[in-house]
Design a protein around this ligand. Structure first.
Ligand code: UDP
Length: 465
């Protein structure tokens, strides 16, 4: 019988950082039933219901362990979400060390895999004689930015957002400074310092496992391989996304069953994206003006776009819609409070477009279902993702934000009609369908499967010795 290969995985807080690393673990143990994964989960405050429910569904060769929660009271109000995630992991380090020590006293650990926000964890790998890997849950372009960041920090003077020339990451679509991730927009901020610290730490790993695939980002992946020049091993293994759960009875899916094929625009801003009251009003009126069918997952307004990312909302968001909106649009629209089964929705034949905040998981899920997008970036690296989709892959439309950062109703109606009714939108849908085919092949027996097999055989060989 094959020897058991033990892998320890450390996620970072937040549903969309937990899911990709756990889905990666699921793929590992499915491919190799002799692999055993122990997944440690830090959390800020008590773990969210969504994470608890999700971790209950794991196969028997994956154990999950919630670490003692970090108290929210220690954090200043209004701190940038990336900093909160980072600080949670930093404060959880002593308990992470303890659980790893206990695990390695019972089994031989082959590899330690940490989400990129948990970078400090990899410093423990040597002590436990394990190989160390980052799990980077974003694009090759975002990874390339992180790896080039220390050099950019030295070479670029002044704020990135004020640069006249675009930033040219090898093999990637050029990026304006304003489209770089949110923490880079103010170089004297704590968020920037922490981003740079993470960037500098990337070189400590034996390898980086990342969630994209060759056919989606060929230029970026090849250029990354050249730039690391074998010093860090790179493993693009995506698209790794959540499987749809069994939500047969879900009301919005039943509503979709009654709509014509490819006619509904799905609107969602990830696990915690929010917008201002003014923007909710404009979006609602724009949807109405467009006359298209829509399914909108709505959250209560906030002036901070990541307000709900690590918080559970309590207010009923539907009360924030313009007066009479639900009544006027009841033939064409469906508004869901807070959460909807996104993977099933994107896979439903009635869905023809996706207004998305461009979180990387949402993008991959859209690619896997062949649904073109309208980009509506809110925070983190979402603006970069939007540029890649609109200008690089040409599978998305990018609405114009006015000088106050608002997308006005006429602009919204215009881009929606363009995506859902016009030839430009149809061409994007065709390109997405091609990408969908590439994604399926990459996972089934193409590039990503081969990469994963290579990684697992390296781990198996090591554990044999
Ligand atoms: N999601 C969902 N239902 C919702 C909102 C989000 O299932 O109503 C899932 C979505 O399918 C994706 C994840 O939450 O897997 C969001 O991840 P993403 O990277 O797109 O955005 P983030 O939450 O990090 O901003």
């Amino acid at each position: 019988m094959a020897k058991t290969v033990h892998i320890a995985v450390v996620s970072s807080p937040g549903f969309s950082h937990l899911v990709p690393i756990v889905e990666f673990s699921k793929r590992l143990v499915k491919l190799h039933p002799n692999f055993h994964v122990t997944c440690f989960v830090p959390s800020l405050g008590s773990p969210p219901e969504s994470s608890i429910a999700y971790l209950k569904t794991l196969p028997s060769n994956i154990d999950s362990v919630f670490l003692p929660p970090i108290s929210k009271e220690q954090f200043p109000q209004g701190q940038y979400v990336g900093l909160q995630i980072q600080l949670t992991v930093t404060l959880a380090l002593p308990s992470i060390h303890e659980v790893l020590k206990s695990l390695s006293s019972k089994v031989r650990l082959t590899a330690l895999v940490a989400d990129v926000f948990a970078f400090q964890v990899l410093e423990f790998a040597k002590e436990f004689h394990a190989l160390s890997y980052f799990y980077f849950p974003g694009s090759a372009m975002a990874l390339s930015l992180l790896l080039h960041m220390p050099k950019l920090d030295e070479e670029v003077s002044g704020e990135f957002k004020d640069q006249v020339e675009p930033i040219r990451l090898p093999g990637c679509v050029p990026l304006l400074g304003v489209d770089l991730p949110a923490p880079t927009q103010n170089r004297s901020s704590e968020a920037y310092k922490s981003f740079l610290e993470r960037a500098k730490a990337m070189v400590i790993a034996d390898g980086i496992i990342f969630n994209t695939f060759l056919e989606m980002e060929p230029g970026a992946i090849r250029a990354l391989e050249e730039s690391v020049n074998g010093k860090i091993k790179l493993y693009p293994v995506g698209p790794i996304t959540q499987k749809g759960s069994n939500s047969e009875a879900d009301e919005c899916l039943r509503w979709l069953d009654k709509q014509p094929p490819c006619s509904v625009l799905y609107i969602s801003f990830g696990s915690g994206g929010t917008m201002s009251q003014h923007q909710i009003d404009e979006l609602a009126l724009g949807l109405e003006l467009s006359g298209q069918r829509f399914l909108w997952v709505l959250r209560a307004p906030s002036n901070s776009p990541s307000a709900a990312y690590l918080e559970t909302a309590e207010e009923d968001p539907l009360q924030f819609l313009p007066k009479g909106f639900l009544e006027r649009t009841k033939e064409k629209g469906f508004v869901v409070a807070l959460w909807a089964p996104q993977v099933e929705i994107l896979g439903h034949s009635s869905v023809g477009g996706f207004v998305s905040h461009c979180g990387w998981n949402s993008i991959l899920e859209s690619v896997q279902e062949g649904v073109p997008l309208i980009t509506w970036p809110l925070f983190a690296e979402q603006r970069m993702n939007a540029v890649m989709l609109a200008e690089g892959l040409k599978v998305a439309l990018r609405p114009r934000f006015n000088e106050d950062g608002i997308v006005e109703k006429d602009e919204i109606a215009k881009v929606i009609k363009c995506l859902m009714e016009e030839e430009i939108g149809e061409a994007m849908r065709q390109r997405m369908m091609t990408l969908k085919g590439f994604a399926a092949h990459a996972l089934k027996d193409g590039s990503s499967r081969q990469t994963l097999l290579q990684l697992t055989s390296e781990w198996e060989n090591l554990s044999e010795n």
